[in-house]
Ligand binder design. Structure first.
Ligand code: GUN
Ligand code: ZN
Length: 428
């Protein structure tokens, strides 16, 4: 048993529904008791009480730092780690110029291993304890991702990216091989330790109807898995895809027709949606994944967080590395705040932190295991130093409550603010 001391903060309700500050449990001097043998949280409460209850426990005192559930990145492309921050393109040119040539390298298992290791090093140093990643079309890239995650004891999700048209020769599979390879990978990895397989058609323009149908069938056979894809990210993309599927009512309807819309669907971006699409996404219980640094970096548009939350959509938050311009969920929260302002709404720090923890966990249907500091939850934690740079420190010093204290770190923080990251109760 180990007792981690510090300020503790976690959510008991959705701060977009409840009054934001009332949705959180905060302890000025709190403690999290973790059991390294099970990797779970045993109890959370005032430091004094837990010290009395667990006299034998080893104590790790994080002082003034803030202990939160580890960040959950609900949409990322680990193979794009090496091409993050590539200059000057919009989505389709960016894919062709930077992304596809890099992804073509992942048939080489040694290269995939190297980048998977680098990706998880970066994620953990930024306080991200769960990632949901696209891999490449190569099964080797999936094996590399899950092998590294498993060695580190991480809860991680991902899948083979499927494409059988509108991609270079060396990055195309077929409807049949996409089904067969995805199925074999799913059977090899889903539910092993803390790993989860995600059925992954890249997006409708790079799949034939036959491939979408095959992957819809696979998902139908394995409803215990999530499904991830991209939806309505950029206007040029929407024009292109509607030309490829002229019979569809709209972009959302393309996935719907092939059994690729439902509970457990993670729809990346979801920016340019009609009222019909929004109603349908809500009706089926799909999750919309907000990727704010990517949406501004590639010039995609402004996700309507206030409107979509108000209508009760399930929403997660993500970096979308390497279309996203940061590995940091703090930078991602800051970008979500900026985009909220452009929609006329100032997202509360509680809402931003909820999106990066509990909200993303619920979007992944893992809200009963991760994303919350509570007994029985997996002990994946991030500890934030809320005075990590002189600029942040001088602003936080004036704070009158925890929200004002943490907001400068949300807006200006990066990996320097991450004092520690714990995976299943162990410091990494
Ligand atoms: N749409 C299809 N593939 C991608 C990708 O790799 N990144 C982003 N941002 N959008 C996509
Ligand atoms: Zn993406």
């Amino acid at each position: 048993m180990k007792l981690l001391l510090g300020q503790t903060l976690s959510f008991v309700a959705d701060p977009f529904v409840e009054e934001p500050t009332a949705s959180a449990r905060w302890e000025r001097r709190g403690a999290v008791a973790v059991d390294e043998a099970t990797g779970r949280i045993v109890e959370v409460g005032p430091a004094e009480d837990l010290r009395a209850s667990y006299r034998e426990a080893k104590v790790v005192d994080h002082g003034e730092a803030l202990i939160l559930p580890g960040f959950i990145d609900a949409h990322v492309h680990y193979p794009q780690t090496g091409i993050i921050a590539s200059w000057g393109k919009r989505l389709i040119d960016w894919l062709n110029s930077y992304t596809f040539p890099e992804e073509a390298r992942f048939g080489d298992r040694a290269y995939a291993d190297e980048i998977a290791g680098r990706f998880f090093d970066l994620a953990l140093s930024h306080g991200t304890t769960t990632s949901v990643s696209y891999c490449t079309i190569h099964p080797e890239s999936v094996d590399a991702y899950f092998t590294v995650a498993q060695k580190r004891g991480l809860r991680a999700l991902g899948g083979k990216t499927c494409m059988d048209r509108n991609a270079p020769d060396d990055l195309r599979d077929s409807a049949q091989s996409a089904y067969d390879d995805s199925k074999a990978l799913l059977e090899a990895w889903h539910g092993v330790d803390r790993l989860g397989y995600v059925v992954t058609p890249r997006f409708a323009p790079t799949s034939t109807p036959e491939q979408l149908e095959a992957l819809g069938a696979l998902w139908g056979e394995h409803p215990e898995c999530l499904m991830q894809t991209h939806l309505s990210e950029q206007t040029e993309e929407i024009d292109w895809v509607m030309g490829l599927f002229p019979e569809a009512k709209d972009y959302t309807d393309i996935y719907d027709r092939f059994g690729l819309l439902g509970e457990g669907a993670l729809m990346g971006h979801a920016i340019h949606l009609s009222a019909r699409e929004r109603a349908r996404l809500k009706e089926v219980g799909a999750s919309l994944i907000h990727c704010p640094t990517s949406n501004t970096f590639i010039g995609s548009g402004l996700f309507d967080m206030p409107g979509l939350k108000a209508e009760g959509q399930r929403i997660g938050l993500a970096t979308d590395t390497g279309g996203g311009s940061s590995f940091s969920m703090l930078r991602t929260m800051a970008a979500a705040y900026d985009v909220g302002q452009l929609h006329g709404t100032a997202l509360h720090p509680a809402q931003l932190l909820w999106l990066a923890t509990c909200g993303s966990a619920e979007a992944l249907r893992l809200g009963d295991r991760i994303g919350t500091l509570s007994a029985g939850y997996e002990a994946d934690l991030v500890v934030l130093d809320m005075a990590s740079t002189p600029g942040i420190a001088q602003r936080a010093a004036r704070a009158e409550d925890i929200w004002e204290q943490v907001f400068p770190t949300i807006m200006m923080g990066d990996d320097r603010a991450v004092a520690a990251t714990y995976v299943a109760g162990r410091k990494v």
